[in-house]
Structure formats: structure tokens, C-alpha cells
Design a protein around this ligand. Structure first.
Ligand code: 6PG
Length: 417
């Protein structure tokens, strides 16, 4: 039997979709999971008729891959990654490449790369963004590690990545943990933008008394505007339009207002503190996630602690356009914080990040993809050394235009409680 071009370990939904994407783009796949039912389920269903072969034991899996092997891991961050490496290790040969496609902590990636390199095995830590759908249709890919090892996976990665025009949303980020570092900061920005969207929603609801369906339409309109089109606005509009089948109530009103977190946002804040870089919008978003989970305490406190005696919403009017502009300004600020932090981290860890390239590959496939990344990319192209996006000519002009509505919105939010 022909050897398979590429291996994948971790046949969850992300792993399945990534395997289908790689195969669809002309690369045969060998797949393996420690849970045999996952492999058989995949092979008998979604992988049927495709150049995807499943294995139920690690020796067979490793044998069926062409050498030097290229194996991507799609398992949960943390111990599972170490466990898989221990499991594969006896069968690995010099020159083989392991790619970790999960949300691993960058220092774990650096440790793993160091350990494997002693035996001549390459380790690429790669951020992959876009969720399950992105994995299937085209994610943004942020690989880091040994450059020559990356060159050997680049043809596959650039084919499976999202494309904006003819440009693939995949590029080499830098050595060691650079890829996972960039993905971590991507997620920090993701947390910030999601929190800002929630706050804009809440102001429209509580101060302007709009319904979820009306707010859905508003986000839909905002998403039509060239400068603010983004995936997160698009799905916000969709989510808010959803009516629960059973109760006929907007689904958003039935969802508990508590959110969990897997760790990438928290790591962003922790590392920014370590480096002494201010990223207050991202930090606040992480803290609001934590606060949301204290549901019982919040409910109890709301019975004791009073809001404003006379909500002054009507004396401090805010319009829908004000909220739109406040949100836009705040999103500019969030990207600016993330990028300034990446610049500092690049110096600290000698990652030699190219922020224009980071902005370029975030334009498609990933969760924070948005039209705003075009002028962000332009800013770093014209002034690669710019310290903060807020003082770039284009963004400074926009922020100066938007500051009045931003202040009005913040004032109304405060005065209406
Ligand atoms: C992505 C996402 C994805 C997920 C994060 C954050 O880029 O596809 O960032 O990785 O949203 O893991 O998850 P939490 O919000 O649960 O921390």
C-alpha cells in the first residue's frame, strides 16, 4: 500500500475537519487516536471514499507514513500533548516533524521543541484559528519553530489555509514558541472584542431599550459597513436573531450570563504583566469573564447594592450611532494593545515577529478576521517600527473623530447604571 503523505493524531471534530481539508487539497492522510471508536467512526463516515487511512495502534500508524514523517497533533493543550509525544516517541526517526496545532502554552512548546531536537526531531508549534468550520474550509495558521522544518510543511499549510485574494492566511511567525505566542495574543484580542460586543449589546438593550431582534439588525447593518465588517459582528447578528423553538423567546435571553475560559486570554494578561506592557482592554475582558462566573455572588449583591437612584439615561442621551462609534474606537484600541504587546514580546523572546505579516494572515480564516486588519497591515507596511497603532495617521484620525461618541457612550453607561 502507498504510504500516506501526512499524519494526524487526535480525531476529534477539529482533527477530523483538518484531515478532510488536507486530503481535499491533495495530500493523503494517515490518522490515529487513542480511542479506536473515534478512528472507526471517522473512517466509516466522513472519511469514506477519501485518501484517509485510519490506524488503531501507534506502530501501524507510524509505519504507514512516508518518511521523513510529518504529523500534526490536534489534542487538548497541556498534558495530552506531552502524553501523545511520549506515545509516538519510540517510533520517531531523525528528521521527522511533529506539529502541535492546539492552543498550547508557548513555554511548553519551547520545552517540547528543545527535548525533541536532542534526538533530531523537529517540533513546530502552530496556532490554528477558525474553530471547527475554519479547520474544514480554511483556517488562519500561525506556525513557529525551526524554519527549515516549516519549509517542509509549508506547501500543505498554505494550500489548506484561508485565502484573501491570492494570499494564504499562513506564514512562518518565528523560532521556538513564536507561533503559539502569536495565537495566544490573537485570543487575547478575541476576548477583548467579544467583551466589547457584549457591552455594546447591553447598552443598546438597557439604555436604549432595544430588543435582541432589533440589536441583531443593528449588528447586521454595522457589518455591512466596509470599515467594520468582521466575523464576530456577523455571528453576533446571527446569534441575536435566533428564537428558541420551544419558548419562542430570543435564545440570548435564555442563556445563562456566565462564561468559562480555557486559558489563552489569562495567559495573555499574565505575560503582559510579566513584560510590563499595558493591555487594559484585554485584561478587563479576562476579568469580566471571571466576574461572569460569580453568578450567585452577583445576584446576591444586586439585591443589596443600589444602582443610580434616578437613571439619567435621558439626560445623557446616547444614540445607536454613538454606540457604533464607541465600539469601533474600542476595537481599534484592542488591536493596538495586542500589536504593541506582540512587539514587546518579540524583543523579549527574540522572535523577530513581522507585524505586517501577522496582520496579513489574520485577515482571513481566524476568529478576529475583520476589514480593520487591512489598514492595520498598511500601517505596519509603511512604518514597520511604529510603537502603537493609535498614533498611525489613519487610526489617529479615526480615533480623534470617534472620541466624542465614545465618551458619550461611556458616560451614559455609567449614569444609567
Ligand atoms: C480560535 C479560537 C479558539 C477558541 C479559544 C478560546 O482561534 O479558533 O480562539 O481557539 O475560541 O480556545 O476559548 P475560550 O474562549 O473558551 O477560552
Amino acid at each position: 500500500m502507498d504510504k500516506m503523505n501526512f499524519g494526524l493524531v487526535g480525531v476529534g471534530v477539529m482533527g477530523q475537519n483538518l484531515a478532510l481539508n488536507i486530503e481535499r487539497n491533495g495530500t493523503s492522510m494517515g490518522v490515529y487516536d487513542r480511542v479506536p471508536e473515534k478512528v472507526s467512526g471517522f473512517i466509516q463516515n466522513k472519511a469514506k471514499g477519501k485518501k484517509i487511512v485510519g490506524s488503531f495502534d501507534v506502530a501501524a500508524f507510524m509505519q504507514q507514513l512516508e518518511q521523513p514523517r510529518r504529523i500534526i497533533l490536534l489534542v487538548n493543550a497541556g498534558k495530552p500533548v506531552d502524553d501523545v509525544i511520549v506515545h509516538l516517541k519510540p517510533y520517531l526517526d531523525r528528521g521527522d516533524i511533529i506539529i502541535d496545532g492546539g492552543n498550547s502554552y508557548f513555554l511548553d512548546t519551547e520545552r517540547r521543541a528543545g527535548e525533541l531536537e536532542k534526538d533530531g526531531i523537529f517540533f513546530i508549534g502552530s496556532g490554528i484559528s477558525g474553530g471547527e468550520e475554519g479547520a474544514l474550509k480554511g483556517p488562519a495558521i500561525m506556525p513557529g519553530g525551526a524554519k527549515d522544518a516549516y519549509e517542509r510543511v509549508a506547501p500543505v499549510f498554505t494550500r489548506i489555509a484561508a485565502h484573501v485574494g491570492s494570499e494564504a492566511c499562513c506564514a512562518y511567525m518565528g523560532p521556538r514558541g513564536a507561533g503559539h505566542y502569536v495565537k495566544m495574543v490573537h485570543n487575547g484580542i478575541e476576548y477583548a472584542v467579544m467583551q466589547l460586543i457584549c457591552e455594546a449589546y447591553h447598552i443598546l438593550k438597557a439604555a436604549l431599550h432595544l430588543s435582541p431582534l432589533e440589536i441583531s439588525a443593528i449588528f447586521g447593518q454595522w457589518n455591512e459597513r466596509e470599515e467594520s465588517r468582521s466575523y464576530l459582528f456577523e455571528i453576533t447578528s446571527k446569534v441575536l436573531s435566533k428564537i428558541d423553538d420551544q419558548t419562542k423567546i430570543p435564545l440570548v435571553d435564555l442563556i445563562l450570563d456566565t462564561a468559562e475560559q480555557k486559558g489563552t486570554g489569562k495567559w495573555t494578561s499574565q505575560n503582559a504583566f510579566d513584560l510590563g506592557v499595558p493591555i487594559p482592554t484585554i485584561n478587563t475582558a479576562v476579568e469580566m469573564r471571571m466576574l461572569s462566573s460569580f453568578k450567585e455572588q452577583r445576584t446576591m449583591a444586586a439585591r443589596i447594592l443600589k444602582g443610580p437612584a434616578k437613571p439619567e439615561g435621558n439626560n445623557a442621551p446616547v444614540s445607536i450611532d454613538d454606540v457604533r462609534d464607541a465600539l469601533h474606537a474600542s476595537i481599534i484600541i484592542s488591536y493596538a494593545q495586542g500589536m504593541a504587546f506582540l512587539r514587546a514580546a518579540s524583543q523579549e523572546f527574540k522572535y523577530d515577529l513581522n507585524l505586517e505579516v501577522v496582520a496579513r494572515i489574520w485577515r482571513g480564516g481566524c476568529i478576529i478576521r475583520s476589514k480593520m486588519l487591512e489598514p492595520i497591515r498598511d500601517a505596519f507596511r509603511t512604518a514597520p517600527e511604529i510603537q502603537n497603532l493609535m498614533v498611525d495617521q489613519f487610526f489617529a484620525r479615526r480615533l480623534n473623530e470617534l472620541q466624542e461618541p465614545l465618551r458619550r457612550t461611556v458616560r451614559t453607561a455609567s449614569m444609567t447604571g
